[in-house]
Design a protein around this ligand. Structure first.
Ligand code: NAP
Length: 413
């Protein structure tokens, strides 16, 4: 066996080479994603108890590795080192598709040769909170793989816990299978995971960033559940993309200017200006759905700039459900409306295994489009994250080919 195999070259089945290629972030390169990622040769990790080494075929691109590249708001390498990790580099990537290549002691749920898609969170199944019945996504032991945990999908081989492996729908290409679980399952938990505020038939739902990864999956899930998705966009092309996915209509956020913090309540002029703009935004929502109803659910991930609008628009007893803060983390909430109108502001983070598996089933059955709109060879990892950072990426999800770059999907069947 060779020490290192080229991307796409297949080692003897189950044999683990000493070295592998990976798209690596190092602290000295923190900054714009295009400069932060570089393809390097590193030691191949070995699976320990309960772990699985996966020969990666394709990897999905997500916003968390924009943050990892910037080194802010968290220096993921330093954070791991504080917990005893020795590696001085980060291999990102929180989802992907590949072939089980080696398993650690105690792994019985998958075998070498299985084709899998990987979900993006890890936890300690023996932790006290999980043993007491907590949803593992709420466990204190939970971390995001390929962000807080190293050896993500941007490596020739990736290291996961066995429960992160889900059977790959055989009808999907490697790249289609690689890039929908993170956004799809996150949106699914936001829309279905927080009873009683789940999407019910007829419910109007506001989806920020409708053409993005989360948004494109959310529009489809709301439609599947019988709701009425209304997407927010910032271009005509994105509006058309959302409508093709099933949005009842779109609101172009460029037509409004009330973004960011709420004006101070004592500043009557500024407050009047804010109210005028947010009301116009609300009227646009009514126009799209054809009636004067507020959204019973608002799918949030944009954060600081949009939370005041989300909270204002949300129906009485409705829910703003948030999983990210692309525009920043510090936001204003007018608490009077929160309690008087009995609204709910709910945090939501990725998805548990059942939610992931349901989304994989829906995509496998052709009921959800994985929305892959951009796929390039492995050295496009930095470029993909840069496009995302600049908000210049095409609608839907993005992926890079890892070993599938030269073998295609058949030599490992
Ligand atoms: P994405 O594909 O880049 O989509 C984000 C969308 O946000 C863009 O399409 C853009 O749409 C919109 N946007 C950008 N700047 C905006 C602004 N100033 N105001 C309003 N909208 C703006 O990213 P994504 O994959 O959907 O992820 C979105 C966020 O969710 C990221 O912060 C990510 O880290 C987070 N996230 C969290 C989890 C989790 O498990 N917690 C999972 C997935 C994603 P327009 O410009 O067309 O409006």
């Amino acid at each position: 066996m060779k020490e290192l195999y080229e991307l796409g070259e297949v080692p003897p089945r189950g044999a683990v080479p000493e070295k592998m290629y990976a798209s690596v972030i190092r602290p000295e390169r923190f900054g714009e994603p295009e400069q932060a990622f570089a393809t390097e040769v590193v030691d191949t990790p070995r699976p320990d108890s309960g772990q699985v080494l996966v020969y990666m075929m394709a990897a999905g691109i997500n916003y968390n590795n924009v943050w990892a590249a910037l080194g802010a708001p968290l220096d993921v390498i330093a954070a791991r080192q504080r917990h005893g990790a020795t590696e001085d580099f980060h291999i990102g990537g929180s989802e992907g598709s590949g072939v089980v290549w080696a398993v650690g002691p105690g792994v019985e749920s998958v075998s070498v040769g299985d084709h899998v898609v990987l979900s993006g969170c890890m936890w300690d199944e023996t932790s006290a909170d999980i043993r007491l019945g907590a949803d593992p996504m709420t466990s204190k032991s939970q971390v995001a793989w390929g962000y807080e945990a190293n050896y993500g999908s941007f490596g020739q081989f990736a290291l996961v816990d066995d429960y992160q492996c889900h059977p790959k729908p055989p009808n999907l290409s490697w790249e289609d299978a690689a890039a929908f679980v993170l956004t799809g399952a996150t949106a699914y938990r936001q829309l279905c995971g927080w009873p009683p505020n789940t999407v019910r038939p007829g419910d109007p739902v506001l989806v920020w960033g409708g053409a993005g990864g989360l948004g494109s999956m959310a529009i489809q899930i709301v439609s599947l559940l019988g709701g009425t998705p209304v997407a927010v966009v910032s271009s005509d092309d994105r509006a058309r993309y959302c409508e093709r996915l099933g949005a009842r209509g779109t609101i172009d956020r460029r037509d409004y200017d009330h973004w960011g913090p709420l004006p101070r309540s004592e500043d009557g002029t500024a407050m009047a200006r804010w109210t005028e703009s947010v009301r116009a935004f609300g009227r646009a929502f009514w126009e799209v759905i054809g009636e004067r109803r507020s959204p019973s659910l608002v799918l949030e991930h944009t954060g600081q700039d949009t939370i005041p609008t989300s909270m204002y628009l949300c129906d009485n007893a409705g829910m703003v459900v948030i999983c990210g803060g692309t525009t920043g983390y510090l936001s204003d909430v007018d608490l009077r409306f929160l309690w008087m109108r009995q609204k709910r502001l709910q945090g939501s983070h990725f998805a548990n295994l059942r939610q992931c598996r349901e989304v994989v089933s829906l995509v496998g059955a052709g009921r959800l489009d994985p929305c892959l709109s951009w796929c390039e060879p492995f050295d496009g990892v930095g470029k993909a994250h840069q496009l995302m950072y600049n908000n210049e990426h095409p609608g839907g999800n993005m992926a890079v080919l890892v070993n599938a770059s030269t073998t295609g999907g058949t030599s490992l069947d």
